[in-house]
Write a protein that binds this ligand. Structure first.
Ligand code: BGC
Ligand code: BGC
Length: 923
C-alpha cells in the first residue's frame, strides 16, 4: 500500500488504546530552561502499524523489521537512563514512527499549544553513519482534523556522531514538505497553537539492507516563541438564562477571541431542582466553532405543566474542549419561572396560614437563606446568589450607595434590580431591603435630614417626632426600601460615647416618650403605603457602657438587673407596645456577656416575658465578636435568639456554617423554624409578596418643601437656650457678623450618618446652612460671613451683633468616643476674637454637651443647637424671634469631664445646667 493508503487505514483503525504515562508538558517555571516534554522514563504506548497507539510505526516494506522499545542506556552525562530505542532495517524509501500528542477525538496526551516555544530539542544517540534522518512537525490543519491528515513540516538532521548529541529544531527552520498527506491544501504555515504530533523519519529515501540502531531521549521545548501563547477560552456568554416554563431557553457559548482554527466543545444539560423529562427536555451535543467564529448558541426546551413547583433550575455544562480551554465559568444555570401559584401566594389567606404553608415547603438551605442579611456591595457582582441562596435581606451600610449614583431613582432602580433576582428563588420569596434612616433617609442625596435624636429629645415633642417618622418613612419607601434600622432607643448615660447624638437623652423617660416615632415609620398597618419596618436598637444597655481609657462604644454595661431594666430596658418595653417589627441587639456586653449571645435577655426577657413578636436582627458583623470560632458564633447567637444575621460581607460563609451547625444538631430545627416564621410573618404582614417592587409615586416628595418644613420645625424646637444677656432675639436690621466654620456647612451641621457613615464637612447634600437661614429670615440685615475671623475682623466694623457658630467635626460610633469634649483651638479663637469685640451669640453645633465654661463666659448668649441637619433656617427662625425657644436639655450639662457620667437622679448631682434646663427670651 502507498503511504497515503496506510495513513487512511490507520485513521480508520478503530478504538484508541489508553495511555497513562506522564508525558504532559509541565508549565516551565524558568523561561530560560527548556521544558522536558518526553524523557521516556515511564512507559510510552508503542504499537504495531495501523494501531491507534501514541507511538505508531510506519514503513513502506511491510516485512522490514522496525522495533521501538524503551531501553536503559547511559545518557550524555553517563548516567543510567531510559531512552527510546529504534532498531530497524528499512529497505523501502520511507519508514519511521509517528508520535501523537492529540488524536482525532480531541484526546490529548499532552499540551498541543506550542506557540510560546521557539524550538524543540532532543538527544540523539547515533552511529556516526552519515545518514540523514528527519524530524517532522504535524499541525492540526489537515482536512480531517487528525494527525494522519495533518500538515507536515520537516527538519533533516545528520547522524554524524557516534554517541549522544543534541539536535535542535528551531521552528522557524521548519520547511513545509513537498509531500502532504492531504495534497496541497491547506498551506498556512506551522500552526504552533495546535501541534498534533511529530514524526521521526528513519529511511528518509535511503533504502538499505543494513540494520541500524539509534536512540532518542529528552524531547524538550525551548521557551521563547515569537508569538504569545494563543489560548482561546470558552465560556458562557449567558451564564444565567431565565425563561417562563414552556419557553425555550437559548444559551450562548462564547470564545474570548476569534479562533484561528476550529474549536469544538461538548455540552449537556443536568438537573438541579428541575427534572429532565418533567420540567425540560434533556439536551446534549457538540458545538463547533469554525475558524473566525466566536459565538454559538444551544437551546433547551422547558415544559409547561399545570403544577405549582416553584422556579426550578437546571444546568448546562461544557466538557471536552478541543482547540480551546474552558474558562472559569463551567456551567450555565437556567431558571424556569413557574406560572402556577402556591397557596402562600394567595393574599386572601391569613398571614398565619401563608407563613405555615410557605415554611412547610422550605428546605433547610432556604430557611438559612432567609435568616441571612448581606450587604449590597457583597452581592452586587453575584446577584444570582439572591435567587440561589434565597437570601432574606440586603442592606446598605452607612453611605453604601448604588453604583450608578446617589439619587433617589438610583436607589429605587438598585433595590428593584436586586428584588428581581430574589423573586427568581425557588419559592419566589422577596427580599427585604434595609437602611439606617436615623435622621431622615440620610444616605441618599437630596433627602430631608432631620436633627439627630439628641436634638429631637430636646423638643420633648412626641407628636412632632412621630411626624418625622412618617416623613422619613415616605422618603425611604419612595426609593423602594421597606426597612429602617431606627429608632435608637439608647439611653446615653455618658456623653463621651460617640453615639450620644443617636440617643434621645440620658433619662429613659425621653426615649420612652419618643416611641411614637415607630408608629410614624410603620404606619397604622405594615401593609400601608409608606410603611417601613422600624428597628428598636441597640438592645440593651448600649448607652450604659463604662468609659475605659478613651473607649466606650461597644463596651460593657456594668449595672445590676434592676438598673438595666429601669434605665435601658424601659424604652424597649414601650417599643414593643408600639409593635416595633424588629429589634437589633447591641454590640455591647452586659456584665461581661455579649448581648448577641445573651439568651436570657434576647429570648427569656424580650420574646417570652415581653412578648416581642417581631424578629431580632443582629448588628453589623456583631456575631464575629462573640468569643470562639465563626461556626460557634453562628450557633451561640442563633441559639440565644437572633433571627436574622447582618453578616454583612461573608454571607456564603455564614450560610454554609449555619447549615452545617443545624445538620450537626447544634442548632435545633425548631429554633430555625421560629426565626424564619418571625421573618416571614413580617414579610407577609407588610404585603411584600404582593408589592415587592418600588412604588415611586411619591418620589417627588423626597426633600420636598413640606418635608423640609417639618425638619425646620424640629430644628426650632430642638434649640436649647443656655444663656441670654439681653441679646436674643436679634434684630433683623443693622449690621451682623456671622463667624465660624459651622455657620455655613451642611455637612458639619448634619454630623455623622449623613451621605456617608462618618459624615463629612462640605456641601454634601441639599438644604440651608445656618448662614443661609440668617440671610433668609433677616433679609434686610447687612450680613458679613467670616469663617475664622481675627480680632481685627470683628473690631471697628460697626457690627451690632455677631453669631458665632462652632462645634464638633462629624463622626459616627466609636470614632466619636471622646474623653475631653473640648472645642478646637480654632473654634476657641473664633469665639475669643469675636465675642471680645462684638455682642455675640454662640451657637454650638455638637452631638452632645461639651465642656464650655470659658466660651460660655465670653458669650452674651449661648445656644445648644445639637446636630440640626439640612434645615439650618430653623436656627435663624428662633435667633431672630419669629419663634421663641422651647427646647429643654435632654442631658445634664457637665462642668468638666471629671464629673462624667453625670445623670439626673445621681446621688451627688452638680451639673453646669441640669437635665431639663432651657431658657426662653422675654416675649
Ligand atoms: C450600627 C447599627 C447600624 C448598622 C448598619 C452598625 O455599625 O451599630 O446601628 O444599624 O451598623 O449600618
Ligand atoms: C458601614 C456602617 C457600619 C459600620 C460598622 C461601616 O463600614 O458603612 O453601616 O455601621 O461599618 O462598623
Amino acid at each position: 500500500m502507498s503511504k497515503k493508503t496506510f495513513l487512511l487505514t490507520a485513521l480508520m483503525a478503530g478504538s484508541l488504546v489508553a495511555c497513562g504515562q506522564a508525558t504532559t508538558t509541565p508549565p516551565n517555571p524558568n523561561p530560560e530552561t527548556p521544558t522536558v516534554f518526553l524523557n521516556f522514563e515511564s512507559a510510552v504506548d508503542v504499537d504495531a502499524p495501523d494501531s491507534a497507539a501514541q507511538i505508531r510505526t510506519f514503513k513502506e516494506k511491510g516485512e522490514d523489521p522496525l522495533v521501538i522499545t524503551q531501553e536503559t542506556i547511559k545518557n550524555a552525562q553517563n548516567k543510567d537512563t531510559k531512552a527510546l530505542k529504534a532498531s530497524f532495517t528499512l529497505t523501502g524509501s520511507w519508514g519511521g514512527f509517528d508520535f501523537k500528542i492529540a488524536d482525532a477525538t480531541g484526546k490529548k496526551w499532552s499540551n498541543t499549544d506550542w506557540s510560546s516555544f521557539k524550538a524543540v530539542t532532543f538527544m540523539f544517540y547515533g552511529e556516526g553513519s552519515g545518514r540523514t534522518y528527519r524530524f517532522d512537525l504535524l499541525d492540526n490543519k489537515g482536512p480531517n482534523k487528525d494527525i494522519d491528515s495533518a500538515e507536515r513540516f520537516e527538519f533533516p538532521f545528520k547522524d554524524d556522531t557516534k554517541g549522544w548529541k543534541k539536535v535542535e529544531v528551531p521552528f522557524d527552520k521548519l520547511v513545509r514538505r513537498g509531500w502532504q498527506p492531504s495534497g496541497e491544501t491547506p498551506n498556512d504555515g506551522v500552526t504552533l497553537s495546535e501541534v498534533w504530533g511529530f514524526t521521526f523519519e528513519l529511511s528518509n529515501g535511503q533504502p538499505e539492507a543494513a540494520p541500524h540502531t539509534v536512540y532518542i531521549d529528552d524531547i524538550s521545548l525551548v521557551p521563547g516563541g515569537t508569538k504569545p501563547p494563543v489560548s482561546v477560552k470558552i465560556s458562557f456568554g449567558t451564564p444565567r438564562v431565565v425563561v417562563s416554563e414552556g419557553e425555550t431557553a437559548t444559551v450562548t457559548v462564547k470564545l474570548d477571541k476569534k479562533p484561528t482554527s476550529p474549536v469544538t466543545v461538548k455540552y449537556t444539560t443536568a438537573d438541579k431542582t428541575a427534572k429532565a423529562g418533567s420540567n425540560y427536555t434533556a439536551a446534549s451535543g457538540t458545538l463547533s466553532f469554525a475558524a473566525g467564529e466566536d459565538t454559538k448558541t444551544l437551546t433547551v426546551k422547558s415544559t409547561n405543566n399545570a403544577v405549582a413547583e416553584g422556579n426550578l433550575t437546571l444546568k448546562v455544562t461544557l466538557s471536552d474542549p478541543n482547540g480551546a480551554t474552558l474558562d472559569n465559568v463551567k456551567e450555565a444555570v437556567l431558571y424556569l419561572k413557574d406560572d402556577e401559584k402556591f397557596p402562600y401566594q394567595d393574599s386572601s389567606k391569613t398571614v398565619e396560614f401563608r407563613v405555615n404553608d410557605l415554611l412547610s415547603r422550605m428546605t433547610l438551605e432556604e430557611k438559612i437563606g432567609q435568616m441571612t442579611q448581606a450587604e449590597r456591595s457583597a452581592v452586587n457582582g453575584k446577584k444570582y446568589d439572591l435567587a440561589d441562596l434565597s437570601l432574606g435581606s440586603l442592606l446598605s451600610g452607612g453611605g453604601s450607595a448604588p453604583t450608578t449614583g446617589n439619587n433617589p431613582v438610583d436607589w429605587a432602580n438598585m433595590v428593584d434590580d436586586f428584588q428581581s433576582y430574589s423573586l427568581l428563588s425557588r419559592l419566589s420569596i422577596p427580599m427585604l431591603y434595609g437602611v439606617d434612616g436615623v435622621h431622615g433617609h440620610h444616605n441618599v442625596y437630596g433627602t430631608t435630614i432631620f436633627p439627630h435624636n439628641i436634638g429631637l429629645g430636646a423638643t420633648r415633642n412626641p407628636t412632632l417626632v412621630k411626624k418625622i417618622g412618617e416623613v422619613t418613612a415616605k422618603e425611604i419607601y419612595a426609593t423602594g426600601i421597606r426597612w429602617d434600622f431606627s429608632p435608637c432607643l439608647c439611653v446615653a448615660r455618658d456623653e463621651r460615647w460617640g453615639r450620644t447624638y443617636e440617643s434621645f437623652g440620658e433619662d429613659p423617660e425621653i426615649a420612652t416618650m419618643m416611641t411614637p416615632i415607630i408608629d410614624g415609620y410603620q404606619g397604622a398597618s405594615l401593609n400601608n403605603k409608606n410603611s417601613v419596618l422600624a428597628t428598636a436598637k441597640h438592645y440593651v444597655g448600649d448607652g450604659g457602657t463604662t468609659y475605659n481609657n478613651g473607649k466606650i462604644d461597644q463596651g460593657n454595661t456594668e449595672v445590676d438587673e434592676a438598673t438595666l431594666r429601669k434605665i435601658h430596658l424601659a424604652p424597649f418595653i414601650e417599643a414593643i407596645k408600639h409593635n416595633v417589627a424588629t429589634i437589633m441587639p447591641s454590640y455591647s456586653s452586659w456584665n461581661g456577656t455579649k448581648m448577641h449571645t445573651h439568651k436570657y435577655l434576647l429570648t427569656d426577657v424580650l420574646k417570652t416575658e415581653l412578648g416581642f413578636k417581631g424578629f431580632l436582627i443582629s448588628d453589623w458583623a456583631a456575631i464575629d465578636q462573640i468569643p470562639g470560632d465563626y461556626n460557634s458564633d453562628i450557633t451561640n447567637s442563633i441559639n440565644a435568639g437572633l433571627d436574622m444575621i447582618m453578616v454583612p460581607d461573608k454571607y456564603q460563609t455564614f450560610y454554609d456554617g449555619a447549615i452545617a451547625e443545624v445538620k450537626a444538631g447544634r442548632i435545633a430545627m425548631s429554633r430555625i423554624d421560629d426565626a424564619v416564621k418571625r421573618i416571614l410573618t413580617k414579610k407577609f404582614e407588610m404585603g411584600l409578596f404582593e408589592k415587592p417592587f418600588s412604588d415611586r409615586s411619591e418620589m417627588d416628595q423626597i426633600g420636598s418643601d413640606a418635608h423640609r418644613e417639618v425638619a425646620r420645625q424640629a430644628v426650632r424646637e430642638s434649640l436649647v437656650l443656655l444663656k441670654n444677656e439681653q441679646t436674643l432675639p436679634l434684630k433683623k436690621t443693622g449690621k451682623l457678623l456671622v463667624a465660624g466654620a459651622h455657620a455655613n456647612d451642611i455637612g458639619l451641621q448634619s454630623g455623622g450618618w449623613t451621605i456617608t457613615w462618618q459624615g463629612s464637612a462640605g456641601a454634601i447634600t441639599k438644604g440651608s446652612t445656618i448662614l443661609d437661614g440668617i440671610k433668609k429670615v433677616a433679609p434686610t440685615a447687612t450680613v458679613d460671613y467670616v469663617k475664622t475671623p481675627t480680632a481685627a475682623d470683628a473690631t471697628g466694623k460697626g457690627y451690632d451683633s455677631a453669631i458665632v457658630v462652632v462645634g464638633e467635626q462629624p463622626y459616627a460610633e466609636g470614632a466619636g468616643d471622646n474623653g475631653t469634649l473640648t472645642l478646637s483651638a480654632s473654634d476657641q479663637a473664633t469665639i475669643n476674637n469675636v465675642c471680645s469685640n462684638v455682642k455675640c451669640v454662640v451657637v454650638l453645633v455638637s452631638g452632645r454637651p461639651m465642656v464650655i465654661n470659658n466660651e460660655l463666659a465670653k458669650a452674651n448668649a449661648f445656644v445648644a443647637a445639637w446636630l440640626p441637619g439640612s434645615e439650618g433656617t430653623g436656627v435663624a427662625d428662633v435667633l431672630f424671634g419669629d419663634f421663641n425657644f422651647s427646647g429643654k436639655l435632654p442631658m445634664s450639662w457637665p462642668k468638666s469631664v471629671a464629673q462624667l457620667p453625670l445623670n439626673v437622679g445621681d446621688a451627688t448631682y452638680d451639673p453646669l445646667f441640669a437635665y431639663g434646663f432651657g431658657l426662653k427670651y422675654p416675649q
